[in-house]
Design a protein around this ligand. Structure first.
Ligand SMILES: Cc1ncc(COP(=O)(O)O)c(C=O)c1O
Length: 381
């Protein structure tokens, strides 16, 4: 039986990985500046992660949410400490899209409305509601397209005001920093305006921190740079460092109704153990500060490299490099980085390189990238 070929894949067979290094079946080593799409937060196969997950597996791997699970409570406590969201409750699920679906459901149950305001270039996942909020008609089937969603540009204050004048929204959903859309950050003033309007209109503010969260930008959540708090924060990706786990932080105003939300696998022992190991390592190794520091280093070195880059976007280790399309090296840069430099990076559209490395990236690893990146452009002079 063939695989259903929906992914564009490189012909690389990874057989082991450690920190920011991936090794293939031929023994070739690659520098991972993509983290498997922002998933690898604390580094591949971190010893604390491997040890605690292996030990947990020896004890018990799974039982359902029909019995208490003290690991879920430990995770909620650790998240309260690190996330700057005191008083919020935690609901655990398995992926980013599922976290957003549950957030939409909670919002709609709370105020009885069904219309959502989202943003152009957004990506919120591929399930029914999440894909309807995603600004990409090519992945939204007619079945998904029946939701009531409006899209406006980030930082368009007038459109925002007008949308709130014309509609009663169940929720506004916004990424802390847009990832798939090309690493685009809403301004602090815009996020503050959304917050204020949501409060006045009893609209639920959902911050999608699935890609931008978990310390990647130097703060635990990217929107905290704007000093606001959401009503619901959605998380996944870096949360489990590769183990599938997602979650929602839910404001105290939401009252839980038994049976209204649920999942078979969400919050299982292994998922909680992975998520706890991630938080432990982020704190013990001060990975948020490292993300901020390594981000500044890369920005200082190539942010002004105007020969090849027209814009440097992002914060910390969530970086978007808008390449100049007219430069001869731009078209093949990502492939050259991988095939000649053995460096994994991501893309967004045709001319944006996305860097989402593990947060444990070292100075030496950052320098390796900077050197090769410059070489790619200089050799094309
Ligand atoms: C901002 C954002 N939200 C939601 C998702 C969906 O997450 P998942 O693929 O885990 O469903 C993604 C995935 O790329 C994302 O970047």
């Amino acid at each position: 039986m063939p695989l259903f070929p929906v992914y564009k894949t490189w012909n690389i067979n990874a057989v082991k990985a450690r920190g920011c290094t991936i090794t293939d079946d031929k023994g070739r080593e690659y520098l991972d500046l993509y983290g498997g799409h922002a998933v690898i937060s604390i580094g591949h196969s971190h010893p604390v992660y491997v040890k605690t997950l292996s030990e947990q597996l020896q004890r018990i791997g799974f039982y359902s949410n029909a019995i208490v699970n003290p690991l879920q409570e430990r995770l909620a406590e650790a998240l309260t400490r690190i996330s700057e969201y005191p008083g919020y409750a935690l609901f655990l699920c398995n992926s980013g899209a599922e976290a957003n679906e549950n957030a939409l459901k909670l919002a709609s149950f709370r105020n009885g409305r069904n219309r959502v305001l989202a943003f152009k270039r957004s990506f919120h996942g591929r399930t029914s509601g999440a894909v309807a909020l995603t600004d990409n008609p090519s992945i939204c089937s007619p079945f998904n397209a029946n939701h009531h969603v409006d899209f406006i540009d980030l930082d368009d204050f007038a459109a925002l005001e007008q949308a709130f004048t014309q509609n009663q929204y169940a929720a506004v959903i916004v990424e802390g920093i847009q990832g798939v859309g090309g690493i685009r950050e809403p301004s602090a003033a815009f996020l503050q305006k959304i917050r204020a309007l949501c409060t006045v209109h009893d609209t639920v503010l959902i911050l999608d921190e699935i890609q931008s969260g978990y310390g990647r930008t130097g703060k635990f959540f990217a929107h905290r740079h704007a000093g606001i708090r959401a009503d619901i924060v959605t998380m996944a990706k870096g949360m489990g460092n590769g183990f599938p786990v997602g979650g929602l932080l839910i404001a105290p105003e939401f009252k839980a109704v038994q049976g209204q939300l649920g999942t078979t696998f969400g919050g299982n022992y292994l998922a909680c153990t992975a998520a706890l190991a991630v938080l432990q390592v982020i704190e013990e190794e001060d990975l948020m500060s490292n993300a901020a520091r390594m981000g500044s280093l890369i920005k200082n070195e190539i942010g002004h490299f105007s020969e090849g880059i027209s814009e440097y976007r992002g914060r910390g280790l969530m970086i978007g490099l808008e390449l100049r399309p007219e430069h001869p090296a731009s078209a093949t840069l990502r492939e050259d980085l991988l095939m000649k430099g053995q460096i994994f990076t991501g893309a967004a559209g045709t001319h944006i390189i996305r860097l989402l490395p593990p947060l444990c990236l070292t100075e030496q690893e950052a320098e390796t990238f900077i050197k090769f990146f410059k070489q790619c452009y200089i050799s094309h002079r």
